[in-house]
Structures are given as structure tokens and as C-alpha cells.
Design a protein around this ligand. Structure first.
Ligand SMILES: *Cc1c(COP(=O)(O)O)cnc(C)c1O
Length: 501
């Protein structure tokens, strides 16, 4: 199967080429030319399989230029007991007989980005080999917190690659920052950008789109690639866990084959929920995709009105991985929702970058409404949701997951829908320790503690959970990266790391 660009459907490249380059030459995103179909029998056949085996079955339908053996190699190298703290990889937690949490944070960085970023380096290495590429691959990442660390962990010491991560100086949690600035590895670099996530992201996008700079890199035998969720190699592994969750529901007799379920996804860049959309299009019985936002509720408005308008205040919230005003992967959805209208999609993206907004026509609005429910939740409600659930059942959610839980409650109150529902849990509560402890133990308890590692211990004590090993080990690690830069200086950071003249 080949891949086109959202802005030019006549383009046709292999999956290896799409994964290697990350972004299409016209600035669009790669999309599969067809969407593979699974029958209910195909899905039931996945039930007895392990997570990596389920992954192979889904990935091979998209990566048709890879051999099954190559995909197996990638999947088993990524999803195993040395990387993840549970053999299940993506366990389903049953809250009650209608509501489940799909816990995607048992990997090395305690957030769901590991699900894709543990396997991406293997897929990329294969892709580089397949396409006969000899240049060294430079991964540039803009992160709202979790991607950066997960990409660093995935790519550290991978031969033939370098990785440079930019994070917003004041847009990530203490733990997230600490995870990145203590990163080990001989091919890594990390810098803080003054500004918010969108500043970091647009800076990275600018470097990607710069033809002159690409030539300079090429002369030095480098080429850029992306580990952001615009890369197809990031997106396709995320489809797997939606199938896997459904299989676990079948396995545990929570549902019968063919029953529909809802998924609630705490959303930022629209990557995670887009993977759920692909799963639905592939034949997974999904009733509603519930898109949960924080106060940066641009997607809620878009789903409800069909107008995407980024001319609004950027808010810093307690769910920083969702503090985003430009949800890049929406472009892929728009392509599919318009039946592949590349001209229209290109026009909207141009309007977004020039005027900051666009509006889709009524047919597209109707399609969006049929598939999605959009809602948002502010910080106060997020913390209340964490506290109430903890008091009620003892379950501890991180802030992003709590946003999803709260939006689900809104959805249920509004629609009365009794369909069994899976909330996608995207981070360990320890990763956003400060907010979670504030919710559970109160502000005084937190203000009495001055250092972030003592906070981890306090949360562990309060919840009777263990601090996840990767976070517990952070305190002893030395700080390695202290570079800060302006948005305009991001080029210098890259050139410096690569020793460009
Ligand atoms: C990245 C992230 C999200 C948002 O996911 P998108 O794919 O960008 O929509 C939500 N929660 C957490 C914890 C994240 O790290």
C-alpha cells in the first residue's frame, strides 16, 4: 500500500519513504491510500494473542513494503518486559461494568507516547535501510512535555540517528523537565525555548520547511526526520491499542463480538484520537469518539461549529500535554472526511497559517458530529474529578485522564448513552504529581513540600501506590542540558549540535 499527501493525492510513496521523511514535500501529512479492513472474525483472531503479536497483525496491513519478519522484529523489540512494567503492555482497568481505563503509561517514561515512540526508532531504522539512505537521520522534536522524553528514550544511542528536543521553557511540569534535562545517550540534545508549545512547534516546522537549510544539511550528510505525531510511523502503532482494548473486553466477557464501545480520548495534537478514527474505519465497532480538551478548547468548538479558530488566548493548564492550539493531525482527518479533497485541505491549512482560521462546509460538519462528541474541562473541575474518583473508588488518575473522565460525565449526562466506554488513560498520576497530590491531599499538603522528589514520595504514601521506577530514579541523575534559546535561535542549536559550518 502506498501513501499520498493530504495536500496532493497524486503523490505516491512507500511506507518506508513516508516514515523516513516524516512530512510530505508539499508540507502535507502522509495518509494511506486505502484503509485496510478487518472483519469481526479477524478481530476475534487477535484475542488470544500477546500485545506485540496484535501489533504485528495491525502494522503489516499498513506497512506492506516491510516483511512480516521485520515487523515482528520491531514489535517484539519495542513491546517487552524490559521496556514496560507489565507484560500486558496496555492493560485495561475495570472501574465498573460499563467503564474502563486503558492504561497506556506503563512504559519507560510513564506516558502514552511510549506506545509509539518505543517502536518508531525500529521502524525508522528499517525504513532507512529499505530506501537505501546513507545520510544520518536527525530527529527534531517539539514537545509539550511527554513526546520529548519518550523520543529521547526511544532514540538514545540508536546508530545512524541524532535527536534534538525543544521544549517550552514554561510549559512543562517539573518532572517532565527533569526527565529531559537528565537524558543520557551519545546522540541526544535538549534545549528550552522561550515561549509556549506552539512557538516550539512552529520553530521546528520552519526548519523542516526550509529548503536552503536542507541543502546545508545534505552537504554535511544529514537529513531531517520527525518523531512528532505528524510522522506516520508514530500514528500507526497507536491504532493497535484500540484493537487490543476491544480484544481485552472480549477476552474478559465484558462485551460480545460486534458490540460497540465508546472511547474517550484526552486530546492535544489529535494524534491519539485520530488513531481511534482509523481503528473505526478499519472495522472496529466504535459508537462514539469522545474528544476531551482542557481550557484550550479549540477542538470542542471545532466539533460543535465547524469553525477552527486559533485566534484566541493560549492557556497554561494542569494538563500541559494538551495545551495546544494547532492540532496538526486534524489535517489527516479532514482529508478522509472530505473523501480525499486535497485541494480543499490545502486551502484550509493555508487559511489557518495566514488568517488563523477556517470553516468547513455543512456536509463535513455533519460527518464530524456523527463521529465525535467534543467537550472540555477546566483545571478546577479536573482536580475535583481526581479527588472525587479517588474518594469513591480509590483509583488515581493523572490530570489528562481526569479531563477525559469529566468530559465523559458531561457526555453521559447530555446523551444518556449507556454504551460501554473506555477512557484512554495517557499518563501515570506520578508524572503530574503536584496537581494530583493537590487534588487528593489539598494545597497545604503540597505547599509544605519544597522539592519535586519529596512530592513523589508523598503521593506514594497517600495513595499506597509505588513511585514508578523511571521516576523514582530521577533524583539521583545529574542535569546534563541547560541550553535555553529564543524561537529565532533554534537553527543555531541544531547547527551547533551537528557541528555545521
Ligand atoms: C500527548 C499527550 C496527550 C495528547 O495526545 P495527542 O495525540 O497529542 O492528542 C494527552 N495526554 C498526555 C499525557 C500526553 O502526553
Amino acid at each position: 500500500m502506498n501513501y499520498a499527501s493530504t495536500r496532493d493525492k497524486s503523490l505516491s510513496v512507500t511506507s518506508a519513504e513516508a516514515i523516513k521523511t516524516g512530512l510530505a514535500p508539499d508540507g502535507g501529512l502522509f495518509i494511506p491510500k486505502e484503509i485496510p479492513q478487518l472483519t469481526m472474525e479477524d478481530i476475534e483472531a487477535l484475542v488470544p494473542l500477546s500485545y506485540p503479536e496484535r501489533a504485528v497483525s495491525i502494522l503489516k496491513r499498513y506497512l506492506t513494503d516491510f516483511t512480516e519478519e521485520e515487523i515482528q522484529d520491531c514489535a517484539h523489540s519495542a513491546y517487552n518486559k524490559t521496556k514496560f512494567e507489565t507484560e500486558e503492555i496496555a492493560p485495561l482497568y475495570k472501574l465498573n461494568s460499563g467503564l474502563y481505563f486503558l492504561e497506556l503509561w506503563h512504559g519507560p517514561t510513564c506516558a502514552f507516547k511510549d506506545m509509539a515512540l518505543q517502536i518508531l526508532p525500529y521502524l525508522l531504522k528499517q525504513s532507512v535501510m529499505k530506501t537505501g539512505e546513507t545520510k544520518e537521520i536527525v530527529i527534531l522534536v517539539a514537545t509539550s512535555g511527554d513526546t520529548g522524553k519518550a523520543a529521547l528514550e526511544g532514540f538514545k544511542d540508536v546508530d545512524g540517528t541524532r535527536i534534538i528536543v525543544f521544549y517550552p521553557e514554561n510549559g512543562v511540569s517539573d518532572i517532565q523537565k527533569r526527565q529531559m534535562i537528565t537524558q543520557e545517550g551519545n546522540n541526544v540534545d535538549v534545549a528550552a525555548v522561550f515561549g509556549n508549545f506552539d512557538d516550539a512547534q512552529s520553530g521546528v516546522k520552519k526548519i523542516f520547511g526550509d529548503k536552503e537549510y536542507a541543502e546545508v544539511l545534505e552537504r554535511n550528510n544529514f537529513m531531517l526526520s520527525s518523531a512528532n505525531s505528524i510522522n506516520w510511523g508514530r500514528l500507526v502503532p497507536q491504532i493497535v491499542y484500540y484493537f487490543s482494548a476491544y480484544c481485552n473486553l472480549l477476552k474478559n466477557d465484558e462485551i460480545k463480538p460486534g458490540d460497540s464501545v465508546n472511547f474517550v480520548v484526552p486530546t492535544g495534537n489529535f494524534g491519539n484520537i485520530l488513531a481511534a478514527f482509523y481503528a473505526k474505519e478499519m472495522g472496529l465497532p466504535i459508537h462514539k469518539l469522545i474528544c476531551a480538551s482542557n481550557e484550550n478548547n479549540i477542538l470542542t468548538d471545532f466539533i460543535n461549529t465547524g469553525v477552527y479558530d486559533k485566534n484566541r488566548e493560549f492557556k497554561t493548564t494542569t494538563s500541559p500535554s494538551m495545551d495546544i492550539l494547532i492540532s496538526s493531525n486534524l489535517e489527516r482527518f479532514l482529508y478522509h472526511a472530505t473523501g480525499g479533497d486535497d485541494v480543499r485541505v490545502a486551502g484550509w491549512m493555508k487559511a489557518l497559517s495566514e488568517d488563523g482560521w477556517y470553516e468547513v462546509p455543512d456536509v463535513t460538519k455533519a460527518k464530524i458530529k456523527e463521529l465525535f462528541y467534543g467537550g472540555f474541562c477546566d483545571d478546577a473541575k479536573t482536580l475535583a474529578t481526581i479527588r472525587e474518583e479517588n474518594q469513591k473508588s480509590g483509583y488515581v488518575m493523572d490530570t489528562h485522564t481526569a479531563v477525559a473522565k469529566q468530559v465523559y460525565e458531561q457526555y453521559k449526562a447530555e446523551t444518556g448513552d449507556e454504551t460501554k466506554t473506555v477512557i484512554v488513560s495517557t499518563a501515570s498520576p506520578f508524572k503530574f504529581c503536584d496537581s494530583v497530590l493537590t487534588a487528593i491531599a489539598g494545597e497545604e499538603a503540597v505547599s509544605a513540600i519544597s522539592d519535586e522528589f519529596a512530592l513523589l514520595d508523598a503521593l506514594a504514601e497517600k495513595t499506597e501506590l509505588l513511585v514508578p521506577a523511571p521516576l523514582a530514579g530521577l533524583a539521583a541523575k545529574p542535569v546534563i542540558f541547560t541550553t535555553t534559546c529564543d524561537k529565532t535561535e533554534m537553527y543555531d542549536v541544531v547547527s551547533h549540535m551537528l557541528n555545521l559550518s
